[in-house]
Every structure is written in C-alpha cells, then in structure tokens.
Design a protein around this ligand. Structure first.
Ligand code: GCU
Length: 604
C-alpha cells in the first residue's frame, strides 16, 4: 500500500478544474454519436507497476507500456506484448473474470485498437463511465490524461490524436487502496478493479451542447428552471429546448462563455414512484441535437416532514451495492439494474440507497423509469484523513462528477456526503465543506449523511450529532440487536432528536445465510434475522418523528471483511435476498410493514 506523491499530484490536477466549479463533462454521453469500445481488451497484469516505473522507482520517460513498444529487430529486447496477452471484458471488473484476480489489488494495463474516420467539423472525446481507482490514459503511445476516483465518469478530448486507422488506446488502471484516498483503506465492500463501466468514443460537432440542467424550479410545480452550456464556437448561439409532448419549444441565447439560463412555465405531469412520468426533452443548437428522458418533481423538507411534489413522503427503503445478482461483479448493464430494482419493488420499497459510492448511470436511469427514489453517495466512509487537503479535494471532485452526471435524474432526491464518520472538529469542518459544495452545485436536492448512534442513558438513542446542522435530512445507521446487544434490546429502545428536520434510519439489519434455519436465538439463521426485523419494525412504530427506513441490505454482497467459512465466505449476509436471489424470511416481515405504510399514504 503506497501513498505515492503521484497520487497527490493527480488529485490536485483533477480537483483544481472541478473545484473551480466548471467540470467539462459531457452530459448524457452514452446518448451522443460515436462508438462504444466495449468488448475484449488485451490486458497485462502488472503488480509491481514495472510498465510505469523503472527499477529505481522513477516514472519511465518513454511512457512505459503506454507506448506499446514493438521490437523492430529479432535482437531487440521488449519484455511485454499486448498482442499475446490475455483478454478481459470491458465493461467489467477484473476480479470476477479470472480466479487469480479475485483478490488482486494493483495495476492492470488495458489496450484496445480501433479505427474511426473523423468527420470534418467534428470533435472526438474518449469517455469513461468509471475506472477503479486511478487511470492513466494513453492514445497512440501518447499520454492524454489521468483520473482518480473509482465511481464517476471522466473524458479526454482526442480530436487531433485520432487517426482514421490503427488507433490504440491504453489505460493503466490501479486499484491499490491509499490512506489519503476516498474511500480510504478500510471498507466493507469488495475492491473491484478495472474498467468497470462503458468506454466510448464520443463524436460531437465543433460547437456542441456540453452540459444542461433541466428540472423544476425549487419549490415550484409549474416552472422549469436550469441552464445549458455549449463547448466550442462563438458566443450568442441560439439553443432550443423542446418538450414535444407538452408542446414546449423554448429558445435561449448563450453568452460569451456559451452559457444560458433556462426558465419557463410548464404544466407537466409530476414524477413520483406511483407515476414515474418521463418526458422526451430535446435540446438543439446548430449541428448538435441531444435527446433525454427527464422526469419533473419537487423534493423539499418542511420541519420534520419530507415533501415530494408538496405531499408528505415516507421512505420505504433498502440499500444495495453495485454488485450484480448471480454473477456478483460490478453492475454495468440495464438488465442487472432492472433485476435489483425489481427486487426492491417486490418488497414494497419506494426508495433505494446506493451505498457508498456513485453507481452506474444505468441504475439512476432505470430508477427514473421504474419509479424508485434514490440516495446517491460518495465514499467518505468511516475514518478518512479529515485534515488532508488532497483528501478533501478528492471528495469534492467526486461530488462534482456525481452531481454533474445525475442532476437531471428525477429519481435522485438525496446527495449523501458521508457514512459513519467519527465525531470531531476536523470531520465536522471537512463534511461541512462538502455539504456547502453540494448546495453550490445543486440547490434543488437535499443533503444528508449517515450518522452513528449516540446513547443518552442505556435505552435512549439521541439524534444529536453536530453534523446534523449541515444536513437537510438527518440519517442514522443502527444495528441494535446485532452489533449492539441482542434482539430483545430493540424492544427497550427510545429515540429522541434535537433536529427540526426529517429523520431517516439509514441502516438496520442482521446477517442470515439463506436456507440456514434454527431457533430465533441462533445467529446467521433466517429465524434470527426475521426476529430482528420484527422487533425493529415495532421500534420504528414508536418513533413519532421517523420519516423513513432503509434496510441494510437488499442483497448479500462480497466483502473482504467477512471470512467466516461455510456461512459468510467473504459475503456480508445481511441481504433480504441472497446473491442467488433467494428471498429470506425477514424480507416478508419488511415487505408487510412497507405495504402497510403504502396503504396509509394519501391517494394522489
Ligand atoms: C455499516 C456500514 C456498511 C456495512 C454494515 C455492516 O454500517 O455502513 O457499509 O456493510 O455496517 O456491517 O454490515
């Protein structure tokens, strides 16, 4: 585990750009012209990074493996060759593609050849959905950029570097954990490495629509507000925003920076889990045309109440890692996202927490369509380096990239800036800065964080973490009856809050191995887990200011911290479904509770 100065450099480089606010990330990149570079990539596993550093641990000047050197004569020594190397699928983590790589943390080099005839008057970008954790990118032997952060998109312009034939794209991906990173070295999820999401060559006109935000104005149900931003070309360009189904065609003119605010009245059907109405929204400028599917809804708080489209909202939630059911690798496909969200709906959820890092865009888009509200989060998880400016900058970058990508998704209502972080001034200052950063980027959604429990007396849990003052919604993880006492303790617990804000129990639960049965007192049995759920549900009903609950967790997931052989086998078994899709007894306890809550909701 090395804390390379190189990492600090990358952090600073990437953060300067986004900290300044304008992140040049193409909105809705998968819907743009161009090609996907998905498929088999040639790969070289490089545990000692010998393709990057020389034996003196100095960065190789010639680009190392990024140069894709070929021996010119039989006598010339070149000790790597992508052409004879193994293949790995992209998108995809490397861990589940070969048993040798399951526990591997380090560098893997990826190479992909492609031809692409660039059209005159067009520009090209190489776009990555995500690469865990650090990526250094080379095109045709030249370094074109770097990115840090394993769960958010990034891109590099390659207009003048692409040739019609014989291009080779090489990416050094390294997923080593670092103390100063986000996440830091200790997590309860599998550190899947690789090009885990789609890679695309995005082809846009010289002047193109780079980014846009089209949502309901905060507090309004009949006014759309947002902005558009162009990249390239002169100022004073005419941009038209159309919502054909609503008969809307709104024109704006950009300023010298290619920016224009957008605001207009519109009587639109509001998006909600019960009726996830999406509209085709088409934005046109000159030669560029971008189509998106957008839902319009309002999310606010009023005292301790959450309001969706002005109506009280109770969150019936479950969390789920971005891990595919059955094959247990990183999720990147619509099918996987749909399966997971269908299971959430099956237990009567109207809400899903996407822990602890930004999930694939496919998840937020399918949630838009299926009608599930979302909590999206960056991995400021457990104990990170609160006083390290590199860490803070890295966290801000991930927030900027996450919010930039998903700001048009109706399903996303909460941005979470932290999970289970220890109280302290440095932490407060750090996370306070993140909350402010979020509000600067997106004033239309709510900010939250998962706080830890704090007992006042043996049986009273107080929601009094000072961090709560920076949040719109205060949330608390609790494991009464699992890590905290035995199940009967749950029956004795009272809750108090010092906040006039909505309160959500953001994690609760217990492990059970699907199919393991026994008496309620035996851990890891389905009976034990169901008993915990029954007692938790009873406790929820005793909390007058409770606005929602989020079960930990929808599906069993891989974790390096769970080695218990024969039961956990490197899985966290708190799922209501096993990773094989088996429903556990506790899932029926929760779905019944959620059904009763849904039945009590006022009909639209
Ligand atoms: C924590 C944490 C989760 C973890 C869970 C557990 O609260 O936020 O990431 O998996 O507890 O221990 O199961």
């Amino acid at each position: 585990m090395n804390t390379t100065p190189f990492l600090a450099l990358i952090f600073l480089a990437s953060t300067v750009a986004s900290a300044a606010g304008t992140l040049h990330l193409i909105q809705n990149a998968p819907a743009r012209q161009g090609i996907s570079l998905a498929g088999p990539w040639q790969t070289i596993v490089d545990p000692y990074e010998s393709g990057y550093y020389d034996y003196r641990y100095q960065v190789q000047k010639d680009g190392g493996f990024g140069a894709n050197k070929k021996p010119k004569t039989p006598g010339e020594l070149v000790e790597y060759n992508f052409d004879t190397a193994a293949r790995l699928q992209v998108p995809g983590d490397w861990n589940t593609q070969s048993p040798e790589l399951m526990f591997y943390e380090g560098t893997v080099w990826y190479k992909r050849d492609f031809d692409y005839a660039r059209k005159p008057g067009h520009r090209l970008f190489v776009w990555f959905g995500a690469a865990n954790y650090q990526a250094i990118v080379y095109l045709n032997g030249k370094k074109i950029g770097e990115h840090v952060g394993g769960f958010t998109p990034f891109q590099f312009e390659v207009t003048n570097a692409v040739r019609d034939k014989g291009n080779f794209l090489i990416v050094k991906v390294d997923d080593q954990r670092h103390m100063e990173a986000v996440p830091t070295v200790m997590t309860d999820w599998w550190n899947y490495g690789g090009l885990t999401r789609d890679v695309r060559l995005v082809d846009v006109p010289d002047t193109f629509l780079e980014d846009y935000a089209i949502q309901l104005e905060k507090g309004s149900q009949s006014r759309v507000a947002g902005w558009v931003r162009l990249n390239g070309g002169g100022a004073r360009q005419r941009v038209t925003i159309r919502i054909p189904e609503a008969g809307i065609a709104q024109a704006v003119t950009t300023d010298e920076n290619g920016y224009a605010p957008v605001a207009f009245d519109a009587h639109l059907g509001l998006w909600s889990p019960e009726s996830p109405k999406l509209y085709d929204v088409v934005i046109e400028i000159g030669a560029d045309r971008v189509a998106d599917r957008i839902g319009f809804r309002g999310i606010q708080t009023s005292g301790r109440t959450l309001l969706l489209n002005g109506k009280p909202l109770h969150l019936r939630g479950a969390s789920m890692h971005a891990e595919a059911p059955f094959r247990a690798g990183r999720i990147f496909s619509e099918a996987d996202a749909r399966t997971m969200l269908r299971w959430a709906k099956e237990i009567n959820c109207n809400f899903v927490r996407l822990p602890h890092y930004p999930h694939d865009e496919v998840m937020t888009r399918v949630a838009d369509e299926m009608g599930l509200l979302l909590w999206s989060e960056i991995p400021v998880y457990w104990t990170i380096q609160w006083e390290n400016p590199v860490t803070l900058a890295g966290a801000k970058t991930q927030l900027t990239e996450m919010i930039t990508r998903d700001k048009n998704r109706a399903s996303v209502i909460l941005w979470s800036v932290a999970n289970e972080t220890p109280r302290g001034d440095a932490r407060l200052k750090f996370i306070g800065a993140l909350a402010e950063h979020v509000r600067g980027l997106d004033p239309t959604r709510l900010v939250t964080a998962a706080l830890e429990t704090h007992y006042v007396g043996d049986h009273t849990i107080a929601v009094d973490d000072p961090l709560g003052k920076y949040l719109d919604v205060v949330s608390c993880n609790e494991y009464v009856g699992w890590y905290d006492g035995t199940p009967p303790k749950i029956d004795t617990i009272q809750w108090t809050t010092e906040y006039e804000k909505p309160f959500v129990i953001s994690e609760f639960g217990a492990d059970a191995q699907a199919g393991r049965h026994g008496d309620v007192g035996t851990v890891f049995t389905e009976e034990f887990q169901a008993d915990v759920y029954r007692r938790q549900v009873a406790m929820f009903k005793r909390i007058p200011f409770l606005t929602g609950t989020i079960a930990w967790v929808l599906v069993d997931f891989r974790s390096p911290r769970r080695p218990l052989a024969g039961i956990q086998d490197f899985y966290n078994r708190k799922g209501l479904f096993s990773d094989r899709g088996q429903r556990k007894a506790a899932s029926y306890v929760l779905s019944e509770y959620y059904q009763s809550l849904a039945a009590d909701e006022p009909r639209p």
